[in-house]
Design a protein around this ligand. Structure first.
Ligand code: ATP
Ligand code: MN
Ligand code: MN
Length: 301
């Protein structure tokens, strides 16, 4: 069994130890990636993932018997994750209060992996101010008939449209089929305002180019179009976090890219957990310098 210990600034105690059991269990049968491999991936990528994953409510895709078996989406704390996984009571729409999960350390991420987690999804707000989003995401969901070149073009067009209204944005391959356009925000506007902005922005693109885009959920009408999924921007919604693995064949990961790199990429699942060395090298290089960082608030439109 592997014992992982990671130092937090200033302290290292028993709380910082996560024992990964069943390291040889195949989690990705096609890619031959085991639970131990996945834990090693998250331990290594942890420093690059931390700024996006720590200190915000998270939801988990857990597949304890591997990605090809039963998986489930977990939003609330079940109390079984141990000390390193914390919970925050959040009031829900129906008035009830539920304990949401969050982690403050890479060890916390590993405690989730120990419990069969493959994917980490995050709220668009930090636990210190859950009512004020610190990012907005346009999740581009192409109909299967849409080629990846058209998805890339759509992402870049959204980048320039956002730029015209004074907003910097950043691209991320989802590790699935699409691209996420991420707009960092200084927490100021609350969820209803941010959701309203995202909806109006998406609807206006769909209105301007109905032969390319759709901004309503209807799957039936999506044929040949890219759905601009703005619904990631409502209170309680989550989106896949940068560097999370995906529970899909080949163990792909969600990867931040700079806009000029995006032009050369051929699919949304370009990188897998096996590419951890390349991912780390990129994360620390000029290519991703400043990715996801911009001090900006929503303009009036
Ligand atoms: P792709 O590029 O393939 O679209 P994606 O991560 O963008 O990958 P979507 O299906 O577009 O996937 O987005 C689904 C989002 O909905 C996820 O990011 C997740 O945070 C959220 N979600 C909410 N409930 C669930 C659920 N039960 N199972 C999976 N995802 C869920
Ligand atoms: Mn998507
Ligand atoms: Mn979506």
């Amino acid at each position: 069994g592997g014992q992982v210990s990671l130092e937090k600034p200033g302290r290292l105690d028993e709380e910082d130890l996560v024992r990964i059991t069943n390291r040889d269990r195949l989690i990705f049968p096609e890619a031959k990636v085991t639970k131990g491999d996945l834990a090693d991936y998250y331990e290594a990528i942890g420093p690059a993932m931390a700024p996006w994953a720590l200190g915000r409510p998270i939801s988990l895709v857990r597949c304890p018997q591997g990605r090809a078996k039963k998986c489930f989406f977990q939003k609330h704390d079940a109390g079984s994750f141990g000390e390193a996984v914390r919970h925050l009571d959040i009031r829900e729409k129906d008035g009830g209060v539920e304990p949401y999960l969050y982690v403050e350390t890479i060890v916390g991420l590993l405690a989730c992996v120990q419990m069969g987690t493959i994917e980490f999804h995050g709220w668009g707000a930090s636990v210190s101010d859950i009512e004020k989003p610190d990012r907005l995401i346009f999740d581009l969901d192409p109909d299967p008939a849409v080629g990846f070149d058209d998805v890339k073009k759509a992402a870049d067009d959204i980048r320039s449209t956002l730029e015209e209204i004074g907003l910097a944005s950043f691209a991320m391959l989802s590790g699935g089929k699409g691209i996420h356009v991420v707009v960092p925000l200084t927490p100021k506007a609350k969820w209803p305002e941010v959701k309203d902005f995202a909806q109006r922005f998406a609807l206006s693109l769909a209105q301007a180019e109905p032969e390319r885009f759709i901004a309503t959920m209807s799957k039936a009408k999506r044929k040949g179009l890219i759905f601009i999924d703005w619904l990631r921007n409502q209170r309680g919604a989550t989106a896949i976090l940068p560097y999370s693995a995906r529970a899909r064949p080949g163990a792909p990961v969600a990867v931040p890219l700079n806009w000029s790199e995006l032009k050369t990429v051929e699919s949304a699942g370009l990188y897998s957990v096996k590419d951890v060395k390349a991912l780390l090298k990129r994360a620390g290089s000029a290519v991703l310098q400043g990715w996801g960082e911009a001090a900006q608030v929503l303009p009036d439109i």
